[in-house]
Structure formats: structure tokens, C-alpha cells
Design a protein around this ligand. Structure first.
Ligand code: NAG
Ligand code: NAG
Length: 208
């Protein structure tokens, strides 16, 4: 009985290790834009929904009705709208391949008309974790986890559709326990605001 158990465990180990070897060989860790080119930091892209009938690209809109400022990050409802170009920054290096492991700042390539930066930041102090603007860029540590985003596959086994997540790695803050979530859209009075923890928006990247 004990021998059988040992052999079964042994075979299982061989099986598992074989699988991970095969997986390691085919894994593609870079991200592609709509031209099939590798997504690069320091380069401008439009973030567009994959399902084209559901709205347009990503841009900004006033956070509160009747007030022009501050601005939130939104998905435009107009299907033909590309939105504003976004640049990804990782570790301050200028141009490099973006991978799924990279913590990145997302910065609109357009001025923040309300003053302040065009750096995306999660409003962590608010009940709903909306994405707004105004963060400092390229800063780490417990007070700055809210500016670090990552790209993940929308479907675990399908490479070409993506989602944005708020899930900073330990590189950003070794001791922080961040509540991770996908970036999705919440309809707030006809404005589709990006929020952490909603069902994820399925996206692609089009070079601007
Ligand atoms: C915006 O203005 C309209 C018309 O003045 C008013 O009815 C509405 O309550 C205002 N909304 C907010 C959120 O202040
Ligand atoms: C980006 O990826 C391509 C394809 O794998 C590779 O040829 C290139 O050297 C990479 N560039 C950098 C900066 O790592």
C-alpha cells in the first residue's frame, strides 16, 4: 500500500514537471498591438475595446456632473471614438518590450486640463476605486501603489485579448497587501468610468 502510494506520487511528480517544461517552452510573455507588433513602453497607443459595438476608446471626462474638474478615466460611449493616446512607463527605462510581469504607469499623451499630471491613479481612499488622474510617476512604496497597473490576458489561455489590472507586484511595495482587481467600466449617469474590481474590460492596443 505504502509502495503503491509512493509510486503514484513519483509518477505524478514526473507528469507535473514534464508539463511545466512543455509550458515554459511555448509561453509568450510579450504583448502585441493590433498590428501584431510587440507593445513597447514609451510609445503611444489607443486602448480600444475588443467588442467594437460596446463603446469606443479610453479618454477623460469630468468626475462629477455639472463640474468640469476633476477628471476621471472613462471609456467613451461613441463606438467610433479612439480616445486619447496612452503611454506606458515601466522602471523609467525608455523603450522596452512590455510583458505581463511589468508594473507600469499609464500616462495620457495629452495635458490634464484640470491641472496636475496626466498619470492614471486609483482613488484608493474612495469607497469605489475609480481611476482618476494626477498621480506622481515612477515612485514606489506604500504611499504610491495606486499608480501601478499591469496588463493581463483576458482569457488565461488566449494570447491576443487583454485586460488592465490594478495589482502591483512586490517590486513596488514589498510589504503592502494590495487588494487586486481588474479594470472595468461602471455607468455613472451615462459616463462610463473605469473602476477597479468591475468585470474586466476586454481590450486591445492600437498604435497611435
Ligand atoms: C446638475 O444640474 C442639474 C440642473 O441644474 C441639477 O438638476 C442636478 O441635480 C445637478 N447634478 C448634480 C450632481 O449636482
Ligand atoms: C523585444 O522582443 C523581441 C522579440 O522577442 C526581441 O527580438 C527584442 O530583442 C526585445 N527587445 C528588448 C529591448 O528586449
Amino acid at each position: 500500500m505504502a509502495t503503491h502510494h509512493f509510486i503514484a506520487t513519483f509518477l505524478l511528480i514526473i507528469f507535473v514537471s514534464n508539463c511545466s517544461v512543455i509550458k515554459a517552452q511555448v509561453v509568450v510573455n510579450v504583448i502585441h498591438d493590433t498590428n501584431g507588433d510587440i507593445l513597447k513602453t514609451g510609445t503611444k497607443y489607443y486602448i480600444l475595446p475588443v467588442v467594437q459595438r460596446l463603446g469606443g476608446g479610453i479618454a477623460t471626462a469630468p468626475t462629477n456632473a455639472n463640474q468640469t474638474c476633476p477628471l476621471s478615466v472613462v471609456q467613451l460611449t461613441d463606438t467610433s471614438a479612439l480616445g486619447l493616446p496612452v503611454v506606458f512607463y515601466s522602471n523609467g527605462k525608455s523603450v522596452q518590450n512590455v510583458t505581463f510581469d511589468d508594473d507600469m504607469n499609464l500616462v495620457f499623451d495629452a495635458p490634464n486640463t484640470c491641472g496636475g499630471s496626466s498619470v492614471w491613479e486609483v482613488k484608493l481612499t474612495e469607497a469605489t476605486k475609480f481611476v482618476g488622474l494626477g498621480g506622481k510617476s515612477m515612485v514606489r512604496g506604500p504611499n504610491f501603489v495606486n499608480i501601478w497597473f499591469r496588463i493581463e490576458r483576458f482569457f488565461p489561455s488566449f494570447h491576443f485579448d487583454y485586460k488592465l489590472t490594478f495589482c502591483p507586484t512586490k517590486t513596488i511595495c514589498p510589504l503592502c497587501k494590495v487588494k487586486c482587481g481588474d479594470l472595468g467600466v461602471v455607468d455613472q449617469g451615462g459616463v462610463w468610468r473605469l473602476v477597479v474590481g468591475a468585470s474586466p474590460l476586454r481590450i486591445k492596443f492600437k498604435k497611435a
